[in-house]
Ligand binder design. Structure first.
Ligand SMILES: Nc1nc2c(ncn2[C@@H]2O[C@H](COP(=O)(O)OP(=O)(O)OP(=O)(O)O)[C@@H](O)[C@H]2O)c(=O)[nH]1
Ligand SMILES: [Mg+2]
Length: 609
């Protein structure tokens, strides 16, 4: 039976097409806030890192009321690295709004999220957003969306989707483009008419799938999900069905429903609604809460496999422990294992060293977010260069492939094509629209893209747009040249001096400021040619030289190159590490001893001859 008093919908799209902004509009126009309340933009992007980076990282739900119907809305991230969030969100809903930018049209992540929604046979409402853009090309974009549906083998029924035109920023929706509606009512009505209420039964055995986890300092761990069947009540006991076992006699300490940005405590929750509970310990995403005597677990949440891995090391550098709160193997292990309880698209694998953990995920951005979150919590650790996860099939090694779509100025085609072909990219399409910009499509092993983004931004002087999409596995491509510059490495402990830095001016670019403490084996800059350079970056000017001519008084020191955490991760080579602490990010050679590094190099040289 369909429950008509509830609608559960997800908003899905490529990054930046306006999902979170549209949720702002829906919240405001459903009377969720008081008139005097001052609501910031993109209010659902509540995490610090989401606000700082201007992107949604985790999917979040909110609930609004429209004509006495409760609409639970899931705002999902559009960046490919967080695709697992979209996959898990689609378990909660009965339909999706597919947002497409009126100018950009469907992009790689549009394809990914639509594919996932069609696999679940969810009805779609196409929302063409940003109709106010001066470069909007609405009818073309709609054609492209139809092509995408056909390409994804959508059924006839799926292709008959309604279309709504919106300006999410102004909170306006039109059924026909030329209408003059000045609010989102047409969108609310389309949702109610086209997306049915949940197919559930209050009298069935209770089944609740834990789809996300939250934490509250008063009540502890909170589970969020949808009551798939039955009623959950404060005064009854239930079974917790985990991956390994069924634990009966569980009781909630609180039950909540959602209303706007708040959770409202309640005695009982009904089937079909998206709710939260507290009080049951040791739960993970994918667990089911069900009947105490006759538990019926739901299938666990399945998401695509990770494609990238990084090693997380306990910090053993000479400066270890100077400013982190959590440093030991146990701290690192517990923190990483806690992460996988709430993040379905990450995996933690042990290695043959007890102080090293392999973390597997969807991409470098997802890894960088985890690393940044941990350092803000007070953790100190080191990470290695991201690697791709290969597969063996018929005794052949396969590696993840990616489709890359580039939108670049015409004059950059040469340099970008050259760079990508060095990384084993193969051009599969080129479209010159005659506007001075060109669209290129490449098929490339994911490995070839590691560390490419910052190079791409430099080469296109920031005027390039790059989107990528995981594209299955292909045969191993052999060696791919990585960074072609060496590192400038400090050969002793000490403080960086102005004099030594000036001496480095024609050797490359430094990453550190004068006065920084360095250690033997720490990377202080990027050399302007191949091969590492060990230097004394702590050198003082000899007193006898002081009197000489004073000529270098006029030398001005170039400011060091400032890299973000993401750029440091992109920069490092396979024998290097990023050392992360709450206050510092340093680079180092894995082997700090330069003599050992030199003999390793020699050995490698002979073994390849
Ligand atoms: N001109 C215009 N800009 C819009 C509109 N809707 C959203 N934007 C802008 O587009 C940018 C991205 O908006 P978001 O709402 O963060 O996009 P998103 O889809 O949630 O992005 P992710 O969650 O990171 O995938 C912001 O700068 C918005 O102000 C619109 O209708 N017109
Ligand atoms: Mg968003």
């Amino acid at each position: 039976m369909r429950k008509d008093s509830i609608r559960n919908i997800a908003i899905i799209a490529h990054v930046d097409h306006g999902k979170t902004t549209l949720v702002d509009g829906l919240l405001k126009q459903s009377g969720t806030f008081q008139a005097h309340q001052n609501i910031e933009d993109r209010v659902m992007d509540s995490m610090d890192l989401e606000r700082e980076r201007g992107i949604t990282i985790t999917a979040k739900n909110t609930a609004i009321f429209y004509n006495d119907i409760k609409i639970n809305i899931l705002d999902t991230p559009g960046h490919a690295d967080f695709g697992g969030e979209v996959e898990r969100s689609l378990n909660l809903v009965d339909g999706a709004l597919l947002l497409v930018d009126a100018s950009e049209g469907p992009l790689p992540q549009t394809r990914f999220v639509l594919k996932k929604a069609l696999e679940k046979d969810l009805p779609i409402i196409l929302v063409i957003n940003k109709i106010d853009r001066t470069d909007a090309r609405i009818s073309e974009v709609i054609d492209e969306v139809y092509d995408l549906f056909i390409d994804l083998d959508a059924s006839e029924k799926q292709i008959e989707f309604p279309i709504i035109y919106t300006n999410a920023k102004q909170g306006i929706a039109h059924i026909e483009l030329e209408n003059d509606s000045d609010n989102l009512i047409p969108l609310f009505d389309t949702i109610i008419e086209n997306i049915e209420g949940p197919k559930v039964s209050d009298s069935h055995i209770p089944q609740f799938l834990i789809t996300s986890l939250d934490y509250d300092s008063y009540v502890g761990q909170i589970a969020v999900g949808r009551v798939n069947n039955g009623i959950l009540s404060m005064n009854k006991t239930y079974s917790l069905c985990t991956k390994e076992e069924i634990k009966p006699n569980q009781k909630f300490s609180a039950l909540y429903t959602f209303q706007g940005l708040n959770k409202i405590q309640t005695e009982e929750v009904e089937s079909g609604d998206i709710i939260a509970f507290a009080g049951i310990e040791n739960i993970s995403i994918g667990d089911t809460i069900s009947d105490n005597e006759n538990p019926q677990p739901l299938p666990r949440i399945a998401v695509d496999e990770p494609t990238v891995s990084m090693l997380f090391y306990v910090n053993d550098s000479p400066f270890a422990g100077q400013d982190g709160k959590y440093l030991t193997t146990r701290h690192l292990s517990e923190r990483l294992h806690k992460e996988i309880l709430r993040n379905v698209s990450l995996q933690v694998v042990s290695t043959n060293r007890t102080d090293v953990f392999e973390v597997r995920g969807r991409g470098e951005l997802q890894m960088a977010i985890l690393i940044e979150t941990m350092r803000r919590e007070g953790y100190e650790f080191m990470v290695s260069k991201p690697q791709v996860i290969t597969k063996e099939e018929n005794s052949k090694t396969l590696e993840p492939m990616e489709k890359v779509l580039l939108d670049i100025p015409e004059e950059k085609v040469g340099v970008i094509t050259e760079k990508l072909s060095m990384r084993k990219g193969r051009m599969t399409n080129l479209q010159n629209h005659g506007t001075g910009r060109v669209n290129l499509e490449f098929s490339i092993p994911s490995r070839g893209l590691i560390g490419f983004r910052s190079q791409f931004m430099t080469d296109t002087q920031g005027a390039g747009i790059m989107n990528k999409l995981f594209d299955g596995y292909g045969p191993w491509f052999g060696s791919i040249p990585q960074r072609n510059s060496g590192a400038i490495v400090s050969d002793r402990n000490g403080k960086v001096t102005t004099y030594a830095c000036i001496g480095m001016a024609d050797r490359g670019e430094l990453f550190i400021n004068v006065g920084t403490d360095v250690y033997d084996g720490m990377i202080v800059g990027e050399r302007n040619r191949d091969g590492d350079l060990n230097v004394n970056i702590t050198r003082e000017k000899k007193l006898t030289n002081m009197r000489a001519s004073g000529s270098d008084n006029t030398v001005t020191l170039r400011p060091p190159k400032q890299l973000s955490l993401d750029q440091f991760i992109e920069f490092i080579a396979e024998d290097e590490l990023v050392e992360v602490t709450p206050t510092d990010i340093r680079l180092r050679k894995m082997e700090l001893d330069q003599n050992k590094r030199a003999s390793q190099k020699k050995k490698e040289k002979y073994s390849t001859q």
